[in-house]
Design a protein around this ligand. Sequence first.
Ligand code: BTN
Length: 240
Amino acid sequence: MIIRINETQSTNDFLNNLSKKQNLENKTILITDIQTKGKGQQNNYWESEPYKNLTFSIFYKNLNIEIQKQFYISMAASLGIIDFLNSLKIKAKIKWPNDIYVENKKICGILIENNILKNKIQSSITGIGLNVNQTVFLKTTKNPTSLKLIKNQEFNTDGLLDKLIENIDNKFIFLLKKDFAFLKENYLNNLYLLNKIHTFTIGNKKITAKIIDIEENGKLIIQDNNNVTSKYFFKEIIIT
Ligand code: BTN
């Protein structure tokens, strides 16, 4: 079921509140043209010019995934978006943990919020912001791009939605089948900077290292030039 609303602060919040008030069917989607207080990761603001982009959230229930495996939800969502962009002949990569990049610019953000019961994720709200026809962004928005900036053409946002949802659903099937190995392998295959020497910021230190793997709890594993490996949670390390 797709619920359309003209305007809301955040589709994630709206759908979450709705799921507490009524029994939503699995894969209920809530989409808006005007999101006034879009939430990004780490309390950031998600910028989206009214009517230009896709801002929506999907409610998945009966997931029954252990908390320590929560990162597989991110992997499934990211991989679905990568497939969708590939179908438009756009080469995209996942910047850990779940930013979708085209070259060195961000085209899509994902915010996943889980409901946990008895140590398991029961339901989950996957919020997606895909930049479609927006070409001018706030100065505070880091490295943005959009389908229009890449392809030089206007897109019909509604026309893109069905395909995008289908691509995401196809990856959530692997979650339900608990085929975690498939998700991880695919995630690594599509990971930006995998095995490439790069600069990372950890606290006030800069180090040169390469990403070599990801743990299922989402930790990033890097190896420096002395072959020493270390692991970081999101927020502990910045890929500069
Ligand atoms: C990020 O990259 O920081 C995550 C951005 C997520 C934005 C989407 S837009 C639809 C949904 N509703 C929200 O409030 N946020 C997500």
